[in-house]
Structures are given as structure tokens and as C-alpha cells.
Design a protein around this ligand. Structure first.
Ligand SMILES: [Zn+2]
Length: 324
């Protein structure tokens, strides 16, 4: 059996774990991402520190990992992995991440964008490989997609990734987005957007369950909306319906462009399950072109959940066809 260590760097958490060649996580660890600063040093130190700790723990079990895979939440340029479009970790902008990692950990290291990694994991170790064309979308603090075409080829269009798929326009009269555009999917179908919908429903007391939860917890998130909806709160269920409407609009456009056989929905918001997916399927059925809808066999929750990013990072080392 072959093993590698995968690290998934997010704006909120740094996750790492030991993964085998079948995609199984042997052990893992989550810690908060380094506090915001002006220098990339704390992030570099945190990545190397966790990587070394995980390797020692593996060696304590008699396992020698083959290398380290990394997944930052932005894209990277060139052989030195210069970090670009770093909305969640601005101190990394323009920083060449490969040289310090290679100096500390050796040459068996690999890096790709976190959502590209998650898509890689869902394709090879989840359900994606059972379909000729698979479309994976991760819904979290931000939104991004990874797309597989025939033969398991991962679509890379600009800067080594799929493109800024979270910024497809779904509501031209909607809110200004963090990207500077207006009405992007990210303004209505991310964790921060759902938090705002939930707070509005609590403040106006349209949702008694969310209003009560708000008093109790002082804040609200997507999980509170799910809990309230499952307990029968109509306004909370309506929030998921609204999110699903916009997500369904976006996905229908992607279906017309990429003609997938399956859509795998991952990221933290996919925990809402059928509260989100059932109205998404309804929206796609109402809006889509029958020609493309005939090819689409399933819209479902991705299999690996929160581990997908770290499994995919390790897969950069373990899978022969992945970029090194
Ligand atoms: Zn945008």
C-alpha cells in the first residue's frame, strides 16, 4: 500500500491527514488557519509544522509517506507556485510557495487549488468515475467547480483551473459581489449569504425557530437553517428553496455548456442534503434544455464531504495522472 500526506488550507481551517492509495484517510487533524497578518511566514510555518507532525505520526505507525500534497484556496502560477487571486489569504498574494516547502520537506511535494483537489478526490474515490463527464461544485465560504471530461481529464482553462465558476451571474438586479461584479452566484449561495438570509428571517420574526436560535447563540449559520427547516420551520425551508433556485439557475447554465452526466454537490453547504438538492433538481427540470437533461443522470451530494480537499491533495502524489 502507498501513502501520502494531504494538506488542505482554507481561510478558516488548516486540515491535514495521512491518506492511502484507495483514498482512505488513516488519520487527520484540523486546526485554525494562522491569524491574519501582513507576511506569508505564519502560513508557511503552519503548513510545514503540520506536515512534519503528520509524517512523524505516520512513521510512528511504521508508515513512510511518499510525499506531501497541498491545496490552497486560490490559484497558482508557474513552477514556483506563485499564489494568485488570494481573496481569503491576502498575505499570500504573489508569494512563491514552493521554494520554502521544498527546502523543509524535500522534492516530493505537489500543489493544486483546493477545489481542483476536492474534485480530483470525488472523481477517483467518490462516485465521479462512474460517469463519462462529471461536474463537481463546492459550496462554502466561496463557490468553485471542478469538471471532468471523458477519460478522467480534468478541465483546466485559465491559470490551471476551471475558471471563476462561483461568479456566474444569477441575479442581474442583485447585490454587488466581493469580486466587484453584480448578482454572482456567490452573493446568494454561500455560507455568508445564507447567514444574512437567516439573520433577516430572525430579525423580522418570519422564522420563529431562527429567531429563538439567534437569541440563544448570538449568531446564525447554514446549519441553524437546516436544523430549523428539518424541525418544520417554513421560513427556514424557504431559505434553502431560495438558495436552490439560484444554484439551479447556475447549474442549468453549466449543464448547457459542459453537458455533464452527473453533478456532485460538495462543500459545507451540501450538508443540507435534500433540503437543497430536491429544489435544485426541480429548478433544473423547469429551466433546462431537454437535449442536455436527457444526458444528466444524477444531481447528488458528493461522497467525501469535508475530507475531499485533503484526500485530493494527497492524491496529487498518489495518482499517476495527476500534476506534480
Ligand atoms: Zn462575483
Amino acid at each position: 500500500m502507498r501513502y501520502a500526506i494531504g494538506l488542505d488550507l482554507g481561510g478558516t481551517n488548516l486540515k491535514g491527514g495521512l491518506v492511502d492509495q484507495t483514498g482512505r484517510v488513516i488519520f487527520k487533524e484540523t486546526r485554525p488557519s494562522p491569524a491574519r497578518g501582513s507576511s506569508p511566514d505564519p502560513i508557511v510555518d503552519a503548513l510545514i509544522g503540520l506536515a512534519v507532525e503528520l509524517r512523524q505520526r505516520a512513521q510512528g505507525m511504521g508508515i513512510e509517506p511518499e510525499g506531501f500534497g497541498f491545496g490552497p484556496p486560490n490559484f497558482l502560477e508557474g513552477p514556483d507556485w506563485i499564489q494568485r487571486q488570494v481573496n481569503n489569504l491576502p498575505e499570500l498574494e504573489g508569494f512563491a510557495l514552493r521554494p520554502p516547502l521544498a527546502a523543509a520537506l524535500g522534492e516530493y511535494i505537489a500543489m493544486d487549488n483546493d477545489v481542483m483537489n476536492a474534485a480530483l478526490a470525488e472523481y477517483h474515490f467518490g462516485d465521479g468515475h462512474n460517469y463519462a463527464r462529471a461536474f463537481f461544485i463546492a459550496l462554502g465560504t466561496g463557490i468553485a467547480a471542478g469538471i471532468f471530461t471523458e477519460g478522467g481529464r480534468q478541465l483546466r482553462y485559465v491559470s490551471g483551473w476551471t475558471g471563476d465558476t462561483g461568479h456566474i451571474i444569477v441575479d442581474p438586479h442583485g447585490r454587488v459581489c466581493t469580486c466587484g461584479g453584480r448578482g454572482c452566484l456567490e452573493t446568494v449561495a454561500t455560507g455568508p449569504a445564507i447567514r444574512e438570509f437567516a439573520l433577516a428571517a430572525a430579525r423580522t420574526r418570519k422564522s420563529p425557530a431562527l429567531a429563538a436560535r439567534w437569541v440563544e447563540a448570538g449568531d446564525l449559520d447554514a446549519r441553524d437553517v437546516t436544523d430549523a427547516a428539518l424541525a418544520g420551520d417554513e421560513a427556514a425551508r424557504h431559505i434553502w428553496e431560495e438558495v436552490a433556485w439560484y444554484l439551479g439557475i447556475a447549474l442549468t447554465s453549466y449543464i448547457h455548456i459542459f453537458d455533464p452526466h452527473v453533478i456532485l454537490v460538495g462543500g459545507g453547504l451540501s450538508e443540507a442534503g435534500e433540503l437543497l438538492l430536491e429544489p435544485v433538481r426541480r429548478t433544473i427540470a423547469a429551466l433546462g434544455s431537454p437535449y442536455y437533461l436527457r444526458h444528466l443522470r444524477a444531481v447528488k451530494k458528493a461522497a467525501l464531504g469535508a475530507d475531499a480537499g485533503l484526500v485530493g491533495a494527497a492524491a496529487l502524489i498518489l495518482l499517476p495522472e495527476s500534476p506534480k
